[in-house]
Design a binder for this molecule. Structure first.
Ligand SMILES: C[S@@+](CC[C@H](N)C(=O)[O-])C[C@H]1O[C@@H](n2cnc3c(N)ncnc32)[C@H](O)[C@@H]1O
Length: 409
């Protein structure tokens, strides 16, 4: 296999004139990185794609709405010939050659004097891959390297151990259960943890991937519901962080959606422990989505209310106005609601929500054991009991729960 003979280099394009000829999808792909490098990009093309127009409208690119003409590269530091007309691209490259400006030719890489590397980023690192004209191979290698850096499979020794979030606590939203639904940042920080304090609903498979020397504190073993349990968790976070460890508090879904994440942040802040918050994909939206229920749909639901069912309607601790919820026409997503489903349904029916309102209950959403149970508000409690629905489950109440893929709207 022939070696790529190009000399890989980093250009400082900030404030420098870069001319891109062509306004199609290739321009659309090349422009964002030129813009983020701070280049003074001038685009020459009679027309553009809507995405390119958006960059022009945002003032990120200057657009000369016409065909390329010899002389357009005057004063440029770098040029890209990206039209679908080989003749124009050849002319752009010829002018660039005359003026000694490096030029990429999109339709015939070898004819240009520069080629674009497949580029990926990780924490201030830029990774570039060239492969002698095999763009798919470059992109695949780039993706693998970046993924390995993100997940910590490839060590990033350049990053000092005292980088922004280390030591301290990272409150990481682990997503709804499928280990692939954690964010890239969450996964990267998990790979750096000295101690992981994991919730009962945090994706368990991720814990298997941790090196043997990582201490895992199972927050699920701390008795649920006891007033002291949150204090014990807070104390564990603070104690380990103060001992110089990097602690990941791995939580289910998003840390701030009924996850008590902010209590943990406040406790750490009071103890002088720095906290990085990494949002997660909340089960309130993801479990229905994977179970086939969109929480909004055009012309069907214009609102979504996510409600905690950890206390019953009428309970003095309840902060929810059930009669107001009953008057909504949109979507109610009820979390922690399986046990008292009958009470919630009753409150909504009493407040005027029709009995035939569709209900979808997604149990173990995004996990191999996921089950979706559909019923109506009037029959929900009995029907869920008969079907053996058990927590964790997200209960979706509203017309979206009745949408099925074979009923396009
Ligand atoms: C204490 S709340 C935590 C919610 C979490 N912070 C989030 O954003 O998804 C726990 C409730 O979330 C819901 N839940 C969490 N994971 C779930 C899953 N995989 N499938 C269905 N419901 C889930 C259930 O209603 C469960 O009782």
């Amino acid at each position: 296999m022939p070696e790529d003979q190009h000399y890989l280099v980093g250009l400082d394009l900030a404030g420098r004139r870069v001319v891109l000829v062509g306004g199609g999808t290739i321009a659309q792909r090349r422009l964002p990185r030129l813009i983020s490098a701070g280049a003074a990009v001038e685009l020459i093309s009679p027309d553009t794609t809507p995405a390119v127009s958006g960059m022009v409208d945002a003032g990120e690119v200057v657009w000369h709405r016409r065909r390329y003409a010899d002389g357009d590269l005057d004063g440029a530091w770098y040029a890209l010939a990206c039209t679908d007309d080989p003749g124009v691209n050849a002319a752009v490259c010829a002018e660039a050659e005359r003026r000694r400006i490096f030029c990429v030719r999109a339709d015939a890489g070898v004819e240009g004097t520069a080629v674009t590397a497949a580029v990926g980023r990780h924490e201030g690192l830029v990774v570039g891959v060239l492969s002698g004209g095999q763009p798919l191979r470059s992109a695949a290698v780039r993706d693998n390297i970046v993924e390995a850096l993100h997940t910590g499979t490839v060590a990033d020794d350049i990053t000092p151990p005292d980088a922004a979030e280390l030591p301290g606590v990272a409150l990481v939203g682990g997503g709804p259960g499928d280990p692939e639904l954690i964010t890239v940042k969450g996964r990267r920080l998990l790979a750096r943890a000295d101690v992981v304090v994991a919730d009962r609903l945090a994706p368990r498979e991720l814990l298997d991937e941790l090196p043997a020397d990582v201490e895992v504190v199972d927050a699920a073993k701390i008795p649920y519901g006891r007033a002291a349990s949150q204090d014990v968790i807070n104390a564990a976070l603070i104690e380990h962080a103060k001992a110089g460890k990097f602690v990941v508090r791995l939580k289910g879904g998003d840390p701030y959606v009924f996850g008590r994440g902010f209590e943990e942040l406040l406790a750490c802040a009071e103890a002088g422990v720095p906290v990085t918050v990494v949002p997660g994909i909340t089960s309130s939206i993801a479990a229905p989505a994977v179970g086939g229920v969109p929480v909004t749909h055009r012309g069907v639901a214009h609102e979504v209310v996510v409600v905690s069912g950890h206390v019953a309607p009428g309970d003095e601790r309840s902060l929810t106005d059930w009669s107001a919820l009953a008057r909504l026409r949109g979507t109610i997503v009820l979390m922690m609601g399986v046990e008292r489903l009958g009470r919630f349904a009753e409150a909504l029916l009493e407040g005027g929500r029709p009995g035939d309102t569709p209900v979808a209950i997604v149990e173990n959403g995004t996990m191999p054991t996921q089950r979706v149970h559909r019923c109506t508000l009037a029959t929900a409690a009995e029907s869920a009991r008969a079907a053996g629905v058990r927590p964790p489950a997200v209960i979706v109440i509203g017309p979206v729960a009745g949408l099925l893929p074979d009923q396009p709207r």
